[in-house]
Design a protein around this ligand. Structure first.
Ligand code: CO
Length: 134
């Protein structure tokens, strides 16, 4: 069902420092910060030859990553995103196997303007999983 790894998202307490780390220490190509008010984050995209890393920093009062950063003060991997061909088919197959879909179970338009869903980390070995219809 799942296809390519679309991105790994890392929540970071200091976006400038994290960007410098990826750009200067790791030698990666990084974007300018992109505010995404609808998603409560500012994102720096790290472009790798085979996938992306997204550095996420809270934006606004109700950021979905604020609680994560409270628990993980130094930052950490927040979620990983796999591509699927048909998000409704993927959701229905996963639900039939007992996996929990977060929220109301309906795909939302994600940060890349494509439909996404999140799966409960307790059902996926402690990892918050995002599915994106590629
Ligand atoms: Co994501």
């Amino acid at each position: 069902m799942i296809g390519k790894l679309n991105h790994v998202a890392i929540a970071v307490p200091d976006l400038e420092a994290a960007t410098a780390l990826y750009r200067d220490t790791l030698g990666a190509k990084v974007s300018a910060p992109v505010p995404q008010p609808a998603h409560g984050v500012t994102v720096v995209f790290v472009e790798l030859p085979n996938t992306k890393v997204e550095l996420l920093h809270p934006l606004g009062d109700k950021s979905p990553i604020a609680a994560f950063l409270e628990k993980n003060g130094a930052g950490g991997i927040h979620h990983i995103c796999y591509e699927v061909e048909d998000i409704y088919a993927a959701r229905d197959q996963l639900k039939a196997k007992g996996a929990r879909v977060l929220g109301d179970g309906e795909p939302k338009i994600g940060a890349h303007d494509k439909p996404v869903l999140f799966l409960h980390p307790k059902d996926f070995v402690g990892t918050l999983v995002e599915l994106e219809q590629a």
